[in-house]
Structure formats: C-alpha cells, structure tokens
Design a protein around this ligand. Structure first.
Ligand SMILES: [Zn+2]
Length: 426
C-alpha cells in the first residue's frame, strides 16, 4: 500500500475528530433506541456524497422497534473498478445511557487535549469514524482497487443486536457472496485483535413451595428456603469448580480466563407492598433467580447445564418437597476466529507496520455482534479491532484519543489493502 494513504489519513486527523464529535451529538441511547434514524442518515448522507451506494434497513418487528423508536440501520457500499472480495466494517451506533458522574456534556462532542469526549466516544463512535476515514482515504488514493468496501452503522448492540446485526445477517448482509471479511471496530485497544468471545447461558431457576399463613410456616413450604439451599450448594460446589476451569482462549481481563457465573437477580415470595408499607403475610410459594453463566470453547453447553441440574436434581432427593423449574433465557455459543484466518492476519500486518510490534490477540469476556455474523451469517472471518481503551467503555467522561484513532485508521486501511489484494504490497 502506498505511503500516500497513510499521509492522507494523517492530514485528516481534524476531520476524524470532528466526525467523531458529530456522531456523539446524536444521543443514540439504548434503551429505548433514541435518535437512530438521524444518526444513520448522517452517516449515509456523508458516504453517499463520496460515491457509496446507501441503504437504510429497519429491523421491523424486532424488540423495541416501533414508529417512535425505529431500529434504523445504514449500510453503505463502494464497488471498486473490478470485482473481487468485499471487506465490511461494522459498527454499532447505539450507546448506553450517560449515567452519573460526568464533568462534561456527554452528548456535547467536546474535543479537548487531543481527545474526543462523550458517551460512545470509545464504544464505539470513534471506531466507526476511524473506519470511515480509513475507507475514504483508501478509495481516494487507490481508485483502481478491486472488490468492494462496505461500512455499516447498526443498532441495538448494547441490547443483544437483534434489530441490528442479527436482522441484517438474516437478510444476507453478512454472508458470501456479498461479504467475505468483517472488521468490527469495537474499542479493544489499537494494538490488540479480538478474535471472539466466551459463550453465554442465561437461565431462570424457580423453586416451588406452598403458600400458608406466615405465623404457621410449618403448614406451608418456603420456596425461599429451598432457594437458599440451591445457593448454598452453588457456593460450596459450583463456584469452586468453575474457578478451576481455565481456558486456552486469551480472554481479557485475565480474571475472565475461566468459567464464571453471576447471579443476576433473586425474587421470592409475594409483594413487599401487600398493604401500603407492609409486606406479604404469607409463606413464599415461589422464588426465582437468574443466572449468567459464561462458558468456554473447552466446554459444551450440555455439560454446563448438567453441572447446574445435577445439583438441583440431587436437592430433590435431599430436601423433602423440593421442586424446581428451569428455563433458558439466552444462549450464545463461544466463538473464536483462528489467528491465521485472513482478517486477523491482515490486521496483524497492519499493527506490525504502524506500531512496529506484534499484536496481542485477545478474547472478549462478553459477547458482541460477531456472534450473529458467525451464527446467522455463517461468516467466520471476522474480528473486532478498533481504537479506544476498553476500560473506558460505559464509564463517565468516556473519551477516545485522536492519535489512537488516526493510528488505528492506518491499521484498518493497511488491512483493507491486504484483504482486497490477497497479499501485502510494497
Ligand atoms: Zn460496543
């Protein structure tokens, strides 16, 4: 790839910062899914003026979609002079709510001291802006390129991606022959390549009891006490067992390089506002918890579930009248693109070229839209790579460094060139 592309990206640093700030000024808070359409149109309009073909795809009927909060996605495509492979940059445009503790306007798009501040600066409007500048600079400096470049801004990543990448993948936007390679500019740090994520099993477990007057609990059966036995067994057996399960997946932070489980919530008994200000007088006949179990490539979903059900089934024998019900709330299988696939190889070459060192390969502790591209799109040549410091995501005074965006835009342009040509050029 010619030096001129890098020079062009350098010369557009101010434009890159301004673009990021503009994107931050759309308060695309999810939930409920605010300002999706104007944000998508802003991206689409910019790219249309530069010769991209632009489509808006609404995730009709997906969770949260309605006329007040339409799930508007934008997909822009630039076809090169001759046919070839398509490289797609996918970014989510939604952000989480600002929350407390800001010293700056979270949606003001403040540029200060070499940084752009605001909700979504790092996760991931900075990455989206970097991919736009990388693609534009590449097209300007390599007008004869073969293949196609796509840029999408999709919605709802923060709430599971159902109206965004999942919907687009169902419609064929993330499958060959349309698309061959995908880069997701999530904020994983500018010299790291994220190859995938751990698996997720969310489930609700309910213990059953029998209602009775609270003054005579011996006439009923407390579902909360049964749940206490479940949690006790989890503490004694399950959590220590999970701690021992290490993985070959290079998950960051290192504490997540093993199996984990969160108890997300617990609810038992009837209302705490039975009479105004007074609780239910009854023995609880139901208690529910939600668990969030993160699992590894080395584990099967079946074995993960059996660890839990074997404890529950044993309690049936140990505890008189113990009964339970369990239902799945969400399942995502773990996924990992191998380091020698084309996209990680191309991005790794870019990192070596720009930073003069090897990349660090990482796995995300939580999932992101790559899961839909792999499972629904059946496209496995995909990684997350982008500027921004992962730890700043979702925090107050979130920011992204302008130099970091410029450098990672260069890595993206360099990787793009390799993917379109098959080989690094001198
Ligand atoms: Zn994100």
């Amino acid at each position: 790839m010619n030096e001129k592309t890098f020079d062009t990206i350098d010369s557009r640093a101010d434009e890159l910062a301004a673009l990021t700030a503009d994107l931050i000024r759309f308060p695309t808070i999810n939930p409920p899914g605010e300002a999706y359409t104007p944000c998508a149109e802003y991206i689409g309009e910019r790219l249309r003026k530069r010769g991209f073909t632009v489509e808006y795809v609404r995730g009709v009927g997906t969770p949260g979609d309605n006329d007040r909060y339409p799930r508007t996605n934008v997909i822009a495509r630039f076809d090169g002079r001759t046919p070839g492979k398509t490289v797609h940059f996918n970014s989510h445009i939604d952000v989480v709510e600002a929350g407390e503790g800001w010293t700056l306007d979270p949606f003001g798009g403040v540029i200060k001291d070499g940084r752009v501040y605001g909700r979504g600066a790092c996760d991931m409007k900075g990455g989206l802006a970097a991919s736009i500048i990388a693609a534009e600079a590449y097209i300007d400096m390599n007008p004869d390129f073969a293949g196609a470049i796509e840029i999408s801004g999709s919605v709802d990543e923060e709430s599971g991606g159902f109206g965004g990448v999942a919907y687009l993948a169902e419609k064929g936007y993330f499958s060959p022959p349309r698309v061959h390679h995908v880069i997701i500019p999530e904020p994983l740090n500018k010299d790291r390549i994220c190859l995938g994520h751990r698996g997720v099993w969310w489930a609700e477990i309910e213990t059953k009891g029998q209602i009775a007057h609270g003054s005579m609990p011996f006439l009923g059966d407390s579902a909360v006490r049964h749940m206490g036995a479940v949690l006790g067994a989890f503490e004694d057996e399950l959590f220590p067992a999970l701690d021992r399960k290490q993985t070959r997946m290079p998950v960051v932070p290192e504490g997540a390089r093993r199996s984990t489980m969160n108890i997300n919530s617990i609810h038992g008994g009837q209302t705490d506002d039975y009479f105004p200000g007074l609780p239910s007088p009854n023995v609880p006949d139901s208690c529910k918890i939600v668990i969030d179990r993160r699992f590894l490539l080395e584990e099967s979903l079946e074995e993960v579930k059996t660890e839990v059900t074997s404890i529950l089934d044993r309690l049936k024998w140990e505890r008189p009248r113990f009964d339970y019900r369990m239902r799945d709330l969400m399942i995502v299988h773990p996924g990992m693109t191998e380091e020698d696939a084309p996209v990680p190889r191309a991005i790794a070459s870019g990192i070596r070229r720009v930073f003069g060192r090897d990349p660090q390969y990482v796995i995300s502790p939580g999932t992101y839209d790559q899961k839909h591209i792999a499972r629904i799109g059946k496209l496995h040549d995909c990684v997350a790579y982008g500027p921004g410091i992962l730890d700043l995501a979702h925090r107050p005074d979130e920011w992204v460094g302008i130099d970091d965006m410029v450098e990672s835009a260069k890595v993206m342009a360099y990787g793009l060139d390799i993917l379109l040509h098959g080989e690094p050029r001198a």
